[in-house]
Every structure is written in structure tokens, then in C-alpha cells.
Write a protein that binds this ligand. Structure first.
Ligand code: ZN
Length: 103
């Protein structure tokens, strides 16, 4: 008897989003939602800010990839300047908290 993959998801799979940095699809809950506030990209920590969002792994690596690929400009459909310093600061803070290496 042949089985088709059709029913494999069996209902609702966990929502997934693509990271704008590395383009890997990941469960939405593991990604950081970013929104645009004027020309600042800010982390939407409570998932409550309105507007177009972009998803990013909470990693500096992915932030850098996204910047290099100009993914934010595409995600937010803007042509002008974007400031990602608040996202960077947030990720750096996280990084320091999760791996405290003595200097
Ligand atoms: Zn990523």
C-alpha cells in the first residue's frame, strides 16, 4: 500500500518563518521579530508592535548576514537608510548574558 505524504502534517504545523539573515526556515517562536519604527529596525520583544515584520535568528551572525544581503531593505520595502543599532545592541546584550567569558 502506497502512502502519500499528504497527511503528514496532520493539522496545523507550528508556524514557521524564514530568517532574513541565513534564510533558514525556523519555528516562529525561535525567531526574533523585527519591526520598523521610522527608520529604526527594532526588536519586537513582545510580538505586539504593528506593521510589517521581519524575522531573524537572535544571533549577531544572522544580523550581519541580513545587513550584507540588504535583507532588511527588502523585507521592509524601503530604499533609504535603516538603523539596525538597536537590534545589534539587543543581540550583544543577550550574547553577554548567555556566555560570560572572563576577559
Ligand atoms: Zn538566521
Amino acid at each position: 500500500m502506497r502512502q502519500h505524504g499528504k497527511l503528514e502534517y496532520g493539522g496545523h504545523a507550528a508556524p514557521q518563518r524564514t530568517c532574513v539573515g541565513c534564510r533558514v526556515r525556523t519555528a516562529k517562536s525561535e525567531l526574533l521579530r523585527l519591526v520598523l519604527v521610522e527608520d529604526h529596525v527594532v526588536p519586537d520583544l513582545r510580538g505586539r508592535l504593528p506593521g510589517r515584520g521581519a524575522s531573524l535568528h537572535p544571533s549577531l551572525n544572522c544580523l550581519e548576514l541580513a545587513e550584507r544581503r540588504r535583507a532588511f531593505w527588502r523585507a521592509f520595502r524601503v530604499a533609504g537608510s535603516l538603523d539596525v543599532s538597536r537590534v545589534r545592541a539587543h543581540l550583544e546584550e543577550d550574547h553577554e548574558m548567555s556566555c560570560r567569558t572572563p576577559s
